[in-house]
Ligand binder design. Sequence first.
Ligand code: G1P
Length: 286
Amino acid sequence: MTQVRKAIIPVAGFGTRLLPISKSIPKEMVPVVDRPLIQHVVEEALAAGINEIILVTRSGKSAIEDHFDAHVELEDSLASKGKDDLLKMLADIAPPYLKITSVRQPNAQGLGHAVFCAAHLLSKDEPFAVILPDVLVKPQLGSTTCDLGDMVTRWDKSNAAQIMVEAVPEEEVYRYGIVDCSGNEPNAGDSVDMRGVVEKPKPEDAPSRLSVIGRYVLPYRVMELLSDQPPGAGNEVQLTDAIDRLMQEGKPVQAFRMNGRTFDCGNIDGWLKANSLLAREAGYDV
Ligand code: G1P
């Protein structure tokens, strides 16, 4: 049994890059092929052996919680018509071992602040995962690897924090957290020690081209560091900065290079690409 039982999923963002779609629909509820984005992400957590999900949410986004709740009228209606296949589909969205809790982020002060909103739901010294739901991480076609699951296994063996990374072109480093691995580059499916991480650097200041994707396995200490983390890039409390302080304290942090593929569904272009590619792979005639 893994030590990592909880995943924090921040869902309080406005989703401005998906407007007008996301005006009254939470961006996490937009469909990717046959299910909402958030369902893919929760399935990824379950595949990694993480059954407890903490949503950090805000007003106007209750459709996300409703999606994982029972829908008694619909279930009664399907049962009375003998539609067992649809009943099973609904049951599979939230199997009994999946526990979903939500907390509110009262005002948007950055990713670090969102993650810290869940601090009181962890036991002291409990490690946790963070999953940013804009980005889908899927195995390569024909593979069943689960990168998040591999990160959890690595944490369990080494107690080194794991940060999932992938290479980006130099002109895109300013959009991401960029890791410093002392010039080493992990192979796919492997981790190397990090010595720093910087949020949204200018290309000339970037320590590498390895960007933080949005999958983290972190020690509880990060919550303590977030409790007094001053605002950083964009005047927001950055998770990246707390992870950098963790390394300055001498705690082990490693960059894990994913085996799989990412789809950034937080913008129209990436969301459309994810739908067209994944729909064809799933056998839809599009
Ligand atoms: C956040 C993180 C950043 C990471 C990115 C991945 O930035 O702060 O380190 O690289 O997610 O998508 P955001 O996209 O919220 O600005």
